[in-house]
Design a binder for this molecule. Structure first.
Ligand code: ADP
Ligand code: MG
Length: 731
């Protein structure tokens, strides 16, 4: 066997689980001890400061500068007691992951000849000015105006990693545009808060605040480090660009929910111990469908915080994986032929009075409110299905969507039979029906029964990209490596926009003399009719659905660069601007970043594929072919020609096959390089991405086909790259 591959396989197969030191305490005893949460704040801040800051968080009020000063003092004291020496503003630029630049607390004391002391002021807490010129900004910030500001987000608690206090911040340009994910997210959350409160007040005047909630389910693969290092494609692109399917992969479905392998169990335990210190309520862990694929999920929480926690968990997992001799793969489709990884975003809205707006209520009034929010969510998704798809589309996730294990690249809504029939009843109730509250109660519209029925509701359509699951919507098309913000910005924004227009409609109707309930029913009836096309309860993986969706006018585009266009359509600009989430300049700049990232990813993959083809695969195939030729030649020498011909038949066929595949690889790699050259000459970022998609990407599958065929032919001993059967099965 190829020396490198052989050593890697041997090393991986001898690996034992790593001992994990247990905290030796109940989780609740050490939970959150590395975050400056309300419990710690109460210990380190004065009562007045505490009140101002919690009001700012709960009610979205602005925080006076002098309060930041007090908070900084408390935060510094807390973190120094925890052994911290440095601090950093922790932010989410438009790259994958998070960014941080550490500064020490030390400074000279403010007296002549002063000694070194630890300093941390409100100014340092509230704002910093990192050199931002190397972060993607899509042209918002020219390099000569490198300034970018980070500003403290008090709604997400500061936390400690090793010796460093990390302060969650937004990242904006000198001219105030968002350069990150968090800024528009916070704006979207406040937009949906305002709009939803207005609608809630139609039903319940005591509602003052509506929160958006997110429960993410993080899927991932683990691969042994030794094997990972023997796969240059995995290392450089995060996925395997070649590799024949393993004879056994997920057919038996024996991995899903099976016993977690010991090495992985140790890894997961350590991830949990660590996550609990950061107040991340991990609740669920299990094997996923594909071999070596797993999932963890916390208890849901407020969206902004849940996203920070997800980012933190991804980085915690990455570090701890290394310790356990695993490489964590967050790529959406690391292996062809087995399931890819997603990150379901369970999303709901809830009031400060404790009502879940997607939770069926107990009274007719509550149920009408519930139905109102469900219908508006459906309407928002219907009107913006293309934009929602854009929010989750990336070069990586495109491999997962539309493959037969994942939602197609078409957004539809699954409601389940209970809700569907309730909507049908509303739709079919006559417009002339003089509906009074009493009658509503009598009619019940099947709605009042929902709580009891839903408890047993097990119809959970796994093929829908956007499914109602009892008290929330599950947006399943989100990719495993994504920052959930991209999906959450769009979802909360379109919901906000929709609720505003709903409220206007009701006001208009009531002004023209309709009673509130009548106005609501009339509007819902219209919405239910209008948004029918988005409802689909059937098999989302089927080909029939693609045809049907096209007929219904849903967006079926699959080219990533074109899907991205939806962010700057007139409709989208109007939507984002009117609710104050992003302006045209920001949206255009962000699209530039997206197109550029897309091009770069495809470009890197194309290069790696070319290199591996020419330097790993073809040489080995040629060597094996030579050994066959040698055999043929020698058999010819030993046996008389008729007999030799018979004996050589098999080898000759293989030699010819190999020649076909080598030539298939070589020709297509050459053509791919040519296509890249042409694409590289294109200046326009969008055009370039489109050309990369249309002319470079198609070569990947063709080249891979030939390589994977060779993998089946070439002597196993010679094959240089760890095979799927080796990568995918942790001992
Ligand atoms: P599944 O059966 O879909 O795999 P999981 O238990 O893995 O379910 O994950 C479900 C996620 O949904 C969890 O994070 C859970 O906390 C979250 N969740 C439950 N209720 C809500 C809600 N009302 N709003 C948002 N998320 C929720
Ligand atoms: Mg799950």
């Amino acid at each position: 066997m190829s020396e490198f591959r052989f050593r890697a396989v041997e090393e991986a197969s001898k690996r034992l689980p790593i001992e994990v030191e247990s905290p030796g305490k109940q989780t609740s005893e050490y939970y959150g001890n590395k975050v400056f949460d309300r419990k710690q704040m109460a210990r380190y801040l004065s009562r007045t400061t505490m009140k101002i800051i919690t009001d700012a968080i709960d009610e979205g009020k602005t925080l006076p500068r002098e309060v930041a000063e007090h908070v900084a003092v408390g935060m510094k004291q807390w973190s120094m007691e925890m052994g911290v020496t440095h601090y950093t503003h922790w932010f989410q630029p438009l790259t994958d992951g998070t960014a941080e630049k550490h500064d020490s607390f030390i400074d000279y004391a403010d007296v002549p000849g002063g000694d070194i002391i630890e300093k941390f002021s409100g100014k340092l807490l509230a704002q910093q000015e990192p050199d931002a010129s190397s972060f993607p900004s899509g042209g918002i910030r020219n390099t000569f105006e490198a300034r970018g500001y980070t500003a403290w987000d008090p709604s997400s608690p500061a936390f400690i990693v090793n010796d460093t206090l990390c302060i969650p911040t937004v990242f904006i340009s000198y001219t105030g545009e968002a350069l990150d994910y968090k800024t528009p997210l916070l704006k979207a959350l406040s937009a949906v808060d305002r709009a939803a409160v207005d609608v809630c007040k139609l039903f319940d005047s005591s509602v003052k605040k509506v929160n958006s909630f997110l429960g993410w389910e993080q899927e991932f693969f683990l691969v042994d480090t030794a094997l990972y290092h023997a796969r240059p494609d995995l290392k450089l692109t995060g996925r395997t660009l070649m590799g024949h399917e393993s004879a056994k992969n997920q057919q038996l479905e024996d991995h899903y929910f099976g016993a977690v392998p010991l090495r992985v169990a140790a890894f997961m335990r350590e991830v949990e111990f660590e996550a609990y210190k950061y107040g991340i309520p991990l609740k669920t862990r299990h094997n996923e469908v594909a071999p070596n694929q797993f999932e963890i999920a916390p208890i849901y929480g407020e969206t902004n915080l849940a996203i920070d926690q997800n980012l933190l968990v991804m980085s915690i997992m990455d570090k701890i994986a290394t310790k356990h001799h695993f490489k964590l793969l967050l790529h959406e489709k690391p292996f062809a032929g087995v399931n890819g990884s997603g990150k379901h975003n369970n999303w709901s809205l809830g009031t400060d009075t404790g009502i879940g707006l997607f939770t069926p209520g107990k009274t007719p009034n509550e149920n009408l409110m519930f139905i109102t929010f469900i219908v508006n969510a459906m309407m928002a998704v219907y009107k913006n299905n293309a934009l929602l798809k854009a929010s989750i589309m990336t070069a990586n996730n495109a491999h997962r969507l539309g493959a037969n294990e994942a939602p197609p690249a078409i957004i539809s809504v699954f409601l389940g039979s209970q809700i569907s029939s309730a909507l049908d009843k509303i739709e079919n109730s006559s417009e002339d029906d003089d509906i009074t509250v009493e009658e509503l109660q009598k009619m019940k519209l099947g709605v009042a029964h929902i709580p009891e029925v839903l408890i047993d509701n097990t119809d959970r359509n796994r093929t829908s990209p956007f499914a109602f699951t009892g008290n929330r919507f599950e947006f399943r098309a989100v990719g495993s490596s994504a920052n959930c913000s991209t999906a959450m910005i769009v979802l909360n924004s379109v919901m906000a926009y929709q609720l505003v227009s709903f409220k206007n409609e009701i006001d208009k109707k009531m002004n023209s003399g309709l009673k509130k309930e009548e106005a609501i029913y009339e509007t819902l009836r219209l919405y239910i009719k209008e948004s029918k096309a988005i409802r689909f309860d059937g098999n989302g993986y089927s080909n029939e659905w693609k045809e049907e969706a096209e007929k219904r006018g849903l967006d079926c585009e699959t080219s990533v660069p074109l899907v991205i266009d939806n962010y700057t359509s007139e409709k989208t600009l109007k939507m984002f601007e009117s609710i104050g989430v992003m302006n045209e300049r920001e949206l255009e700049a962000r699209n530039e970043v997206k197109w550029e990232t897309y091009t770069k990813k495809i470009q890197i993959e194309a290069r790696v594929l070319g290199d591996l083809s020419m330097n790993h695969i073809i040489p080995v195939a040629t060597k094996y072919q030579t050994s066959l030729l040698d055999n043929v030649y020698k058999l010819n020498c030993v046996f008389e020609s008729e007999k030799a011909k018979v004996l050589n038949e098999h080898d000759i066929a293989l030699i010819e096959d190999i020649a076909v595949h080598i030539s298939g690889i070589k020709t297509n790699v050459d053509a791919m390089v040519e296509a890249r050259k042409i694409a590289n000459r294109i200046e326009n970022i969008r055009e370039k991405a489109i050309v990369y998609h249309d002319t470079v990407l198609p070569f990947f599958d063709i080249i891979r086909y030939h390589i994977d065929k060779l993998e089946l032919i070439v002597d196993n001993e010679m094959w240089p790259l760890p095979k799927y059967r080796e990568l995918l099965f942790v001992s």
